[in-house]
Design a protein around this ligand. Structure first.
Ligand code: SF4
Length: 375
């Protein structure tokens, strides 16, 4: 096994929906983002803290990414895992705990392996827990191919020793308060492995199958230049609307549905084109590079203060209260709640239109209209 799986479980949502994206993406360089590096640092810290709780050998990792915000997210996750560990100890005489467990799914997809953040196995339940440190997209555990693949790998490891009746898959995404858990039987999971994962992975590895654009394109290395994605968006953008001159309610709803993805696609292509022009000197017909607008700045705050005071101006500083998050970080959660708890409130959020799959409760439309007019 190499260090990187060719068909990685974390990419399965994309490669199962658009199998040829695997081979198409292989011609592009890996994108090491700052978010991914921060995520790796967070996972390393979580691993250390859980191993410490389990009294296993471990060394505290060091990283420049350890901000208060990241530490808090990791601590929330570790507290959840420890709770599950203690629960498992009460329920089972010989539970299995494994942190950052390497799982092999090659029985279903050659060269498919990955690392499950936490695996807890008791007499009847194999529980796979995945820490997500991103804020951008809320991830659900339900029918999540990455976790299902990990579940298959864990079953392979433990089925000889435990009589598993349930595979439990959990996503813990502390930064957006998302906790999602889903149960599946070993039989149903294996059926998915045989009927979906196996044939679709074979297609993906061979570069076969149909290109299919969707939400999974956001994580595809070919996303900026992919013809299938562009054609899909251009088709939607050129949607032929029926007469009369005004759009019907259904047509407006159709446009709202694609607007988010359409905007993301346009900004991806724009960022790609700008990057090519700035870094590689690429000329795009009808476009040129210019300097962006900028605001005036002091060259030296000290010298400005000195000159202003010398000219007789004394009222040149302003003092402002630090924000809620910064104050909480300064005092720590408990002290913050004790000292300022009664003085902090959460105003109603700005009213916004979202798909009805969104978890938030719908608000009363007459109140919404009144609030909207007040703004
Ligand atoms: S951008 Fe989307 S449609 Fe194109 S190859 Fe990637 S996943 Fe498939």
């Amino acid at each position: 096994m190499g260090a990187h799986a060719r068909n990685s479980p974390s990419a399965l949502h994309r490669t199962l929906n658009c199998p040829p994206s695997l081979v198409l993406g292989e011609q592009f360089q890996d994108e090491e983002s700052q978010y991914a590096a921060e995520g790796s640092a967070g996972h390393a810290l979580a691993e250390h803290l859980i191993k410490k709780h389990l009294k296993q050998r471990t060394k505290r990792p060091v990283s420049d990414y350890y901000s208060d915000d990241l530490m808090e997210a990791v601590e929330d996750y570790v507290a959840f895992v420890i709770e599950k560990i203690e629960e498992a100890k009460r329920e089972c005489n010989s539970p299995l705990f494994s942190v950052e467990q390497r799982v092999d799914i090659s029985e279903y997809s050659p060269d498919c392996f990955g690392t499950a953040d936490m695996v807890i196995v008791t007499d009847k339940v194999a529980h796979v827990i995945d820490l997500k440190l991103g804020r951008g997209v809320e991830v659900s555990a339900e029918e999540n191919p990455q976790l299902m693949a990990y579940g298959l790998g864990v079953l392979e490891m433990v089925e000889m020793l435990y009589d598993i009746e349930t595979v439990r898959l959990t996503i813990f995404q502390p930064r957006i308060n998302n906790f999602s858990t889903w149960d599946i039987t070993p039989e149903a999971l294996k059926t998915w492995g045989e009927e979906i994962l196996k044939p679709r992975s074979a297609m993906a590895l061979a570069g076969a199958g149909e290109f299919q654009a969707g939400s999974w394109c956001r994580f595809c290395k070919a996303r900026n230049q992919c013809r299938a994605r562009a054609e899909e968006f251009l088709r939607l953008a050129k949607m032929e609307f029926r007469q009369p001159a005004l759009l019907s309610d259904d047509e407006v709803a159709e446009i709202i549905k694609i607007s988010d993805e359409l905007a993301k696609w346009a900004s991806d292509v724009y960022a790609y084109a700008q990057d090519q022009a700035i870094i590689h000197g690429k000329q795009w017909k009808g476009y040129k590079l210019v300097e962006g607008r900028s605001n005036r700045k002091y060259s030296s705050d000290d010298k400005v203060a000195e000159a202003a005071k010398a000219a007789g101006y004394t009222d040149i500083y302003k003092q402002t209260l630090i924000g809620v998050t910064e104050m909480e970080r300064l005092m720590g959660k408990k002290e913050f709640a004790r000292i300022l708890g009664k003085l902090v409130y959460k105003p109603a959020g700005k009213i916004t239109l979202v798909p009805d799959t969104d978890k938030r409760e719908a608000i009363n439309t007459s109140t919404a209209a009144a609030d909207f007019q007040e703004e």
